[in-house]
Design a protein around this ligand. Sequence first.
Ligand SMILES: [Zn+2]
Length: 259
Amino acid sequence: MTELAIGTPTKKTVRSANVAGFASDADRWSAVVRRDPAADGVFYYSVRTTGVYCLPSCAARLARRANVRFHATRADADAAGFRACKRCRPTEQGAAIHVAVGDCALGSVLVAASDKGVSAILLGDDTDALVSEVQARFPKAALIRGGADSERWVAQVVAYVEAPRRGLDLPLDIRGTAFQRQVWRALRDIPIGSTTSYADIAARIGAPDTARGVARACAANALAIAIPCHRVVRKDGGLSGYRWGMARKRALLDREAAV
Ligand SMILES: [Zn+2]
């Protein structure tokens, strides 16, 4: 899954960073040497002698190659003990959201990932519309094609749809209100192959009169499949709604029931 096609969205343009071009350390180093702004957010580099990490486009004096390390995310650079450079200020960038798309039996799937993990999994028929939806959800973010494991994660989602028995275990960057997060946590406890009702979820989180709120939290879920809101159905077994369409809900439940 290296060359995932991503359409040109109508509203804002995805910065089409040529991720394939920064795939090796040699490519990354040459981006640093030419201070390529297209590489900003795709990776970071740290300098052992100064203890700082920078954006590839940083105007600081070029470090010696032998002292330079590359990091996929700011979190990686922080974890390795480096401080953000005061000149290029990598922490003040609009947060980068890495976007990868794939095709599965349910149509197109888009995975958006921040430094912290997967922040959105969206399903649809039209890749451009999915990209626009991500941009609307993260209006300040710089959307970057690929990178930060997004291709690997979209491949895992596609593989899960094809064969749910493999399970899906992705690092998630879950956003939302305290109540939404409580609901979503309860959804993640619904075992594969089974379903539950909004009222059951409400009871499970200790707020039995909030079934409507539970339904709204399901509708606000940005992490299709990973937070399995498709496993919530009406008490009488009717499918109720699904943000990504009833046909997809039915198909997912059928596939999971076959596990
Ligand atoms: Zn710098």
